[in-house]
Design a binder for this molecule. Structure first.
Ligand code: AMP
Ligand code: TRP
Length: 333
């Protein structure tokens, strides 16, 4: 692990799926490798589905703030906004010209999203931009949730194809997945937690709202009455317990649910304790950053400066490799 890159879209509130599946891992990696751990708020990805212009800047700032609150320390790692380093676009275009259309049309996330939205050409190119994000910094490791594995596989193909056709510039990066939270389920119990599905627990959501949503979340459907025994193995709430509660609580819930010794509401109240134990320190840091916004903007400024340097170097190599006429050769100094 020499250079690590990952990204998150500024499309709404950051949820516990993002935190457990990705950000928590980013913090750990940052502790190990410092500023070569590069994390990006991917605003150009966010506009591949129709967006509100009045929200984009705020959502980008908020995503940076939430990531810092969750533990990313910009004095240690590198944090920046994608659109502040335009070379992402340039490399993305070059990769677009080298990528067979069929590879993109087959992507699971593209197929899912194109059922929900009108299909913009950018949505099809989304994974190519992601490959550019990663390869611009020659990252070898990409910590993500399971839903991104296919995109990282495409990134490897893009790198392999470029290296074979032009020059061996890029590594073939690997996805790094925290198996304990590779796919955190949504509150509706109907699939993964996702900003677009309205089934999230927001990392910065207040306790009252979280409880209102949790209280009505479906549990084992066999538990109709309080006296019906339940099966934690098929209950979303138990999955959350495994992620947030201490061992003692976990064992108690696991035993008592099966014999109807504990009801679903009590079980959810227990979960709230562990959940808020994790979220409260994050929310306190977020409140601090809200009243000190320059800590966030300063981080984004220095992150973009650092990334620009690396990006410019890579692009010199790439332009040469594909045979473009170098601008600085036109008027020798
Ligand atoms: P996104 O919000 O789609 O930009 O995702 C940011 C990161 O969070 C990516 O690495 C995703 O794989 C990860 N992620 C998003 N939702 C989940 C989930 N429900 N479980 C685990 N990881 C997730
Ligand atoms: N597609 C990723 C997601 O939805 C976000 C992303 C963009 C990303 N560029 C990236 C993740 C580069 C890892 C590396 O979660």
């Amino acid at each position: 692990m020499k250079t690590v890159f990952s990204g998150i879209q500024p499309t709404g509130e950051i949820h516990i799926g993002n935190y457990l599946g990705a950000i928590r891992n980013w913090v750990r990696i940052g502790d190990q490798i410092g500023q070569n751990a590069i994390f990006c708020i991917v605003d150009y990805h966010a506009i591949t589905i129709p967006h509100a212009r009045e929200d984009l800047a705020r959502l980008t700032f908020d995503a940076a703030l939430a990531n810092m609150a969750a533990g990313l320390d910009p004095n240690k790692i590198t944090l920046f906004a994608q659109s502040h380093v335009p070379e992402h676009m340039e490399l993305s275009w070059i990769f677009t010209t080298q990528t067979p259309l069929g590879n993109l049309e087959g992507m699971t996330q593209f197929k899912d999203k194109s059922e929900q939205h009108s299909v913009l050409a950018g949505l099809l190119m989304y994974p190519v931009l992601q490959a550019a994000d990663i390869l611009l910094y020659k990252a070898d490791t990409v910590p993500v949730g399971e839903d991104q594995v296919q995109h990282i596989e495409l990134t490897r193909e893009v790198a392999r194809r470029f290296n074979a056709r032009f020059a061996p510039i890029f590594p073939e990066p690997k996805a790094s997945i925290d198996q304990s939270a590779a796919r955190v389920p949504g509150l509706d119990g109907a699939g993964k937690m996702s900003k677009s599905k309205n089934n999230t627990i927001g990392v910065l959501e207040d306790q009252k709202t979280i409880w209102e949503n949790l209280r009505v979340a479906p549990t084992d459907p066999a538990r109709v009455r309080r006296s019906d025994p339940g099966n934690p193995d098929i209950c979303t709430i138990f999955t959350y317990h495994k992620l947030f509660s201490d061992l003692e609580t976990l064992q108690m819930v696991n035993t008592e649910c099966r014999v109807a010794g504990i009801g679903c509401v009590d079980c959810k109240k227990k979960l709230m304790e562990g959940l808020m134990g994790t979220l409260e320190p994050i929310q306190e840091r977020a409140a601090h950053l809200r009243s000190h916004p320059s800590e966030v903007t300063d981080a984004l400024v220095s992150g973009a400066e650092r990334c620009s340097k690396i990006a410019k170097e890579t692009m010199l190599e790439v332009r040469e490799a594909i045979g473009l006429l170098p601008r600085n050769s036109l008027r020798p100094a």
